[in-house]
Structures are given as structure tokens and as C-alpha cells.
Design a protein around this ligand. Structure first.
Ligand SMILES: NC(=O)c1ccc[n+]([C@@H]2O[C@H](COP(=O)([O-])OP(=O)(O)OC[C@H]3O[C@@H](n4cnc5c(N)ncnc54)[C@H](O)[C@@H]3O)[C@@H](O)[C@H]2O)c1
Length: 363
């Protein structure tokens, strides 16, 4: 029996609509498997600015640090998108909480459901069976290295920098995840050219010795970008640096087709942070049409990576699969071939998912 305290940060726009269903799934999993999950809620983003003047109130940060995991919706509001000069902004809350919680690894699973093969721009026969988990390093690389511009403004440089400890800690996280999956890890770098990549590869090779049950492959970034669209099925866990991860995960998100289906997690040594990859989607907020499945798949990630509850995570993923198999869709993943009577709103889709979860677990 697992005992976990989970903080829900609904945020703005469709955030509250989708996290409601993520929380409902957690409650049902706790009930079905005999776990004790307790919950608290806190504000962040535009909602928090309106209420307190601060995108990340101290109370939210305290609650976050005291929890075992955080389920987040999204932050953002049209007001800020249209006025970049506004000094206090919703995304500051998100950046600050990531920093305060020491989240150094961003995980993005690319899980493709057979029923949605048509939603991608790649051929179904190439995509079928794709199931990748990306680990992108978040604290190093050109993002944080020294940036320079010459006095005449005609020359510029960004320092690509990594420290051994940064590579070690994310590599261990990725190997631990590979152990809960298909025991394969592909580390992506550019070690034929970059010194920081040579340090990356050398360090991953050392860490690999601690995980002899995981098969390790090293691949250059250019090859990885090509293999990802040529044969995505070959990948299980992909471990890579900040810049390469930024590019590869965006490329890979297109494999799955829809924003409303993709979950992500940011983890460090403390509390993990689980969220859909989409934003607050204010164009559809309050209309009961947002797809709640990305939030629900974020819960699956919380169960698997955050709590090590592999069977429970699988039950959630299978419930999503069953719901899609029965033909149920939200409008973002529906196409002309689908039965219009099975195109559901957020609430109806959330409820269908819960029904399937209950059936799957009771079989
Ligand atoms: N992590 C975050 O909190 C985060 C991430 C990205 C963007 N944002 C913020 O969100 C706001 C909107 O940004 P955007 O429009 O560029 O990105 P977005 O992800 O919110 O929306 C992009 C498009 O996808 C659709 N969409 C997104 N999620 C969906 C879902 N679950 N179901 C159905 N359709 C969905 C939207 O309707 C929109 O047409 C901005 O204020 C931005 O700053 C926040």
C-alpha cells in the first residue's frame, strides 16, 4: 500500500478542466489498488496573479515542497500573450517552481495509440508500436553557458557546458526508468565533434556499468533525428542533453499527432512535477471540449516514474487505449471517419475513461 500526498495546481485556461480528470483517475486508482492518496490544491499563474499579485505565492511553494508529487494543468492568459512588456507574468511561476524544486530532468513519453495512427504525418506502418520515453537534461548546455557578442556585434558565441555530476544524475534517472520499461537506453550526443559530448558519453558509459541489465546504445544526434522518423519503434528510453532534447522531443511529438495526448514530467531529487505538454488553450477554455487524456496520461507517468507503481500506470494507459478502441474521441483527435455520436466533451470523455479504468482493473 502506497501512501502519497499529491498537490494539484490547476493553473489557468483549460488547466482546471483537465486536472479535474487527472485527480479523478488518481482517486480511482487509490480505491482500486488500496493506496492512500491525499490531495491539496494551490494556485499558480494568472489565477495566482489575480488573487495575490504573485504568479507563485509562497504558500504554493511550501505546499509543493511538502508533497510527494504535483499534478499541474497549465498557465497563461491572452492578456500576457498580447502584451510582452507586462513585468509580472504567469510563466514566471512555472520557471520558479522548477528551479525551487531542483527539477533537472524533463521526461516526455511518446506513446502512440493504434487508433490514432491517422493523426500523424508519418505512415501508420512506420509508427505502429512506437513507445519512447525521452529524458532531456534541463540545467546545463548552451542555455546556461556564457554568452558573448563582440564589440562590433559581428561575432557571437554560446558556451556549451556540462559538469560530470549533471550527466551522472540524469543518466541514473533514465536507467532506473529503462528498468521499469523494455530495458533499452539510447544516449544521444555529438561526441565526434563536441568536447561536452565526449564528457557526456564517457559519463554515460561509466553509469551504464551500474545497470548491466539495460542495453545501452550511443547515437549521434544527426543519426538520431533521422532514425526517429525512419524507425521510431527502435527506441525505448532516449537520454540526451538540453539542446538536443529540445529539438528531438518536438520532432517526436509530431509522431503522436495531437497536443491533447502528450504528457510530460520534470523530476529531480525531490518532488516530481507532472503536466500535459499543452498550454492553457484559452481559445477553448470553459467550453467543455478540451481533451483530458494528456492530463490523465500525466497521472500514468506520476504513478510509473514518480511512485514506481508500474501496474497502476499500465492500467491507466490501457484504459485510455480501451476508450479510444471503442471509438470515443474528443474533437481534437476526431476525424471524418469517426462516429460523430462518439465525439465527446471533456467531462464525458473523463467519465468514459473512468468507466474503462474500473472495468480493466476489475477483470
Ligand atoms: N506549460 C504551460 O503552462 C504552457 C505551455 C505552453 C503554452 N502555455 C501558455 O498557454 C497559452 C496558449 O498557448 P498556445 O495557444 O500557444 O498553446 P496551447 O497548447 O495552449 O494551444 C495550442 C492549440 O492546441 C489546442 N489544444 C491545446 N491543448 C488541447 C487539449 N487538451 N484539447 C484540445 N485542444 C487543445 C488549443 O486549443 C490551441 O488551438 C499561452 O498563454 C502560453 O503562454 C503554457
Amino acid at each position: 500500500m502506497a501512501k502519497k500526498h499529491i498537490l494539484i495546481i490547476p493553473g489557468d485556461g483549460i488547466g482546471p478542466e483537465v486536472t479535474t480528470w487527472g485527480k479523478a483517475v488518481l482517486e480511482q486508482i487509490a480505491f482500486q489498488y488500496g493506496h492512500e492518496f491525499t490531495f491539496d490544491t494551490a494556485m499558480m499563474g494568472h489565477a495566482a496573479i489575480e488573487a495575490t499579485g504573485n504568479p507563485l505565492p509562497d504558500e504554493t511553494l511550501e505546499k509543493a515542497k511538502a508533497s510527494d508529487a504535483i499534478l499541474f494543468g497549465a498557465v497563461g492568459h491572452a492578456k500576457y500573450d498580447n502584451d510582452p512588456s507586462l513585468k509580472i507574468r504567469p510563466e514566471q511561476g512555472l520557471l520558479k517552481i522548477r528551479k525551487e524544486l531542483g527539477l533537472y530532468a524533463n521526461l516526455r513519453p511518446i506513446l502512440l495509440f493504434d487508433e490514432l495512427l491517422d493523426a500523424s504525418s508519418l505512415k501508420p506502418e512506420i509508427l505502429k508500436g512506437t513507445d519512447i520515453l525521452f529524458f532531456r537534461e534541463l540545467t546545463g548546455d548552451v542555455y546556461f553557458g556564457e554568452k558573448k557578442r563582440s564589440e562590433d556585434r559581428n561575432t557571437a558565441s554560446d558556451l556549451m557546458i556540462y559538469h560530470r555530476y549533471e550527466v551522472e544524475r540524469i543518466a541514473r534517472k533514465a536507467y532506473e526508468a529503462a528498468r521499469l520499461r523494455r530495458h533499452k537506453l539510447c544516449s544521444v550526443d555529438k561526441a565526434n565533434v563536441l568536447e561536452s559530448s565526449r564528457l557526456w558519453r564517457e559519463t554515460v558509459q561509466e553509469i551504464a556499468k551500474e545497470y548491466p541489465d539495460v542495453e545501452t546504445e550511443h547515437m549521434f544526434i544527426d543519426n538520431a533525428a533521422m532514425q526517429l522518423v525512419k524507425n521510431p519503434k527502435k527506441f525505448d528510453v532516449v537520454l540526451t542533453a538540453n539542446l538536443f532534447g529540445d529539438i528531438l522531443t518536438d520532432e517526436a511529438s509530431q509522431i503522436a499527432g495531437s497536443m491533447g495526448m502528450l504528457a510530460s514530467a520534470s523530476i529531480g531529487d525531490g518532488t516530481g512535477f507532472f503536466e500535459p505538454i499543452h498550454g492553457s488553450a484559452h481559445d477553448i477554455a470553459g467550453k467543455n471540449i478540451a481533451n483530458p487524456l494528456a492530463s490523465i496520461l500525466s497521472v500514468a507517468l506520476m504513478l510509473e516514474i514518480g511512485f514506481g507503481l508500474k501496474e497502476e500506470a499500465k492500467a491507466v494507459t490501457q484504459a485510455v487505449e480501451q476508450t479510444l478502441k471503442k471509438g470515443y474521441r474528443t474533437s481534437d483527435i476526431a476525424n471524418t471517419k469517426d462516429d460523430v455520436t462518439k465525439v465527446l466533451g471533456t467531462e464525458q470523455m473523463g467519465q468514459k475513461l473512468l468507466d474503462h479504468l474500473q472495468q480493466a482493473v476489475s477483470i
